[in-house]
Design a protein around this ligand. Sequence first.
Ligand code: ADP
Length: 662
Amino acid sequence: MFKKILIANRGEIACRVIKTARKMGVKCVAVYSTADRRALHVRLADESVCIGEAKSSESYLRGDVIIKAALTCGAEAIHPGYGFLSENAEFERACAAAGLVFIGPSADSISAMGLKDCAKDIMRKAGVPVVPGYQGEQQDDNFLAEKAQEIGYPVLIKAVAGGGGKGMRLVEHASDFIESLATCRRESSAAFANDHLLIEKYLIQPRHIEVQIFGDRQGNVLHLFERDCSLQRRHQKVVEEAPAPNISDDFRNAICGAAVRAAQAIDYYGAGTVEFIVQGDTFYFMEMNTRLQVEHPVTEMITGQDLVEWQLRVACGEALPLAQDDISINGHAFESRLYAEDPARDFMPQTGRVHHFSYPQQSQYMRVDTGIEAGDSVSVHYDPMVAKLASWGEDRTSAALNMAELLRCTYMSGLPSNQEFVASVFDHNVFLDAVIDTGFIARYEQDLIPETYAKAAETEIALAALFYLLGLGIQSSAVNPWNAHDNWRMGASALLRNLSLVNKGEVIAVMATCHGESLEVEGIGQVKLLSYHDGVLKALIDDVEVSAVVLSYKQGITVFSNGRVVDLHVFTPELDGDTLDANGGRIVAPMPGSIVQVMVEVESVVGKGQPLLVMDSMKVETTIPANFDGVVKGVYIAPGDQVQEGTLLIEIAQEEGENDAA
Ligand code: ADP
């Protein structure tokens, strides 16, 4: 076995690799950008080396600098994780040239699967079914339009170099084809420096089922069964599970067999995933990812294997530790991706400090893979995934119950996340009945993100009133009622108190009469404190006992109860004045990024919530809406512009004569 390896990655996957390496007695060298100086993967590693500036292109993508670091530290091998250099054939060759082992497949395997068109060709020749379509050299508009006609609408245009759900466009009618082609070509060359496209039949309500395969240098290839990753939002995975529900043994054997054939066709060794799109009983090859996949934990949980250990063994030249017949499925597992993003605002990525982050202890039933601890920050430079939550159960139902429990017992404050959104997936009957396809999230968005999403209801308002008016968070909270400039004192006889809370950009006026540890909250009722220990707040609301975790951060609190996550803070004019001022129609960039599309022009009449522009930042496209009804007075950006956080993008003025919306 290696004595020391370097991990050319960051975040949860770097931490994940360190965990197995440590178990195997292998020392780890972490690399980090200046933005990650104090990151968890650096803290966990035995040694660490700074490889450059925050931007990935100046650090995590600098193969030359990383190889030099490995040589300097005496590492024998490099684990690339996923993303960054993991599917870069040149990097594999450079490692080999420097005498380092790349913990992954050969450069030739990477190249063979690197572009979707070549990959489909190889697979078709190997007898693996591929999605009907055109994936040839000819890129002429009219020729491709003819092909689309032959394939039959709807069709999907895909960038051959695309990834991460980007560079893809659905075309439903022939009349839109040429225009979509142009857009896709433009996006593809901007994002992937390659404007080649392929055309594919667009399958209606398909499932995404992928197979984990593994090969060694002795020529053995086997599979570790499949994962269902149909729960996607805009073609990006949100919840994954293994095994795929509702498939027959015959289907499983067929799809897993096809994946093994696919790997054999390119003399594959190391960990890989063959992705299929499935409609009814028919599966088609989509692409192969020549690396460890984000969602590998669900496979580990149902097979009892450590895939990173397998990777290290295979990279060392050892044969696969098991034969196909030794591997079986035990129970069911789910993974949920926890992102710092705000589902109520079109999933806008969020950056900043995580004040509190805790979750249940790891067991056979629950597992959390993360790259952060409380006090760490989510940086604008990398993707906003905070953690992967995984659960296991004897069957799908118990695994889902365990995930619901894991989500209920995971507490993150300081940044909005998709936790409540994911919790509502595990509360959805259609999902629990395993009726899933890639359109599930879009179809049930109203259920998953209801009007009330993250909006404070009576219970949360009552608990917040207790928290602030009784000074429960006095040690940690910046808002200290003892400093309030009025004559309120704790324990004094009945006193009327006004409290202005802010939740989701709206002010909630709370009027309460305090009697010791009881409040009479107007419109809500009698609220009595029972206890507040270690963040758990228990109270009686009109004699009904409620319990919630209430964590304070900066000037706010987060209330967690029954899968709901609600942020509240006390109104402060300096902080909230602008956002709540109806005349503040200045739309500024919430984070650095580039402008993808602008939907309005000067003099456009816009309504509250209407999309104004689309920004791309942290690898995610975000639509920015108007914050009230009005007329566009200025558009200061155009597609392609790079903007900094706080850059003025668009100005809206309220229409004259209108009533004050505030
Ligand atoms: P990427 O490499 O960007 O992840 P993929 O080719 O893996 O792109 O596709 C991502 C997702 O897009 C799939 O999981 C599926 O939901 C959807 N998709 C891809 N191809 C098709 C198709 N032919 N018909 C319907 N949906 C598709």
